[in-house]
Ligand binder design. Sequence first.
Ligand code: ADP
Ligand code: MG
Length: 212
Amino acid sequence: MTTNAFASLPLSAAMQANLAAIGYAEMTPIQAASLPLILKGRDLIAQAKTGSGKTAAFGIGLLHPLNPRYFGCQALVLCPTRELADQVAKEIRRLARAADNIKVLTLCGGVPFGPQIGSLEHGAHVIVGTPGRIQEHLRKGTLKVDGLNTLVLDEADRMLDMGFVDSISEIIEQTPARRQTLLFSATYPAGIEQLAARFLRTPERVEVEAQH
Ligand code: ADP
Ligand code: MG
């Protein structure tokens, strides 16, 4: 077993088997740097370029403490666009395949509310969406996040560029204070530092350079 093998992590046997089944043997550098901290429950700022495997880092992390028997939102992933939210949801579903009946729901703008509200009434363990639509569901009361364990800000730099800071803040203020917050970004502009200072609790910071 090499040092970066997923087998070195304290994951369930089902998750280990599923990772092997989908062909993930070695952790990528950002996964190796972040997953031990994520699994300990630490807040994290993780910076690594596109294509480095950030989705599985937080995906494995948020699935780890999930309770399949509680059909409320336990993990919320905020993404800048619908395309990215769809990709993230797809990867989390793949990672969750071995677990029993984990429901992953995407909530993005540009589509009617009705079907989303219907899906929310059936319950979802993991919600992936864009800040504007998530904020609207919270305002309508159609989404509740008081049972949340894990909040992920994916591509946080792009979400700030797109002007989502107020939506993100309003969303976070409705989540439990004892949540774990994971911030992923390809770059580290000043706005990220400010966001982290407001919403992360003594975060660890991991950064992986372009080469891997
Ligand atoms: P990022 O979010 O950092 O841009 P992604 O999470 O989209 O990157 O991952 C990029 C690609 O790497 C995806 O196709 C994913 O399936 C693959 N990948 C992620 N982790 C691993 C791994 N440990 N081993 C092999 N492939 C991986
Ligand atoms: Mg990504």
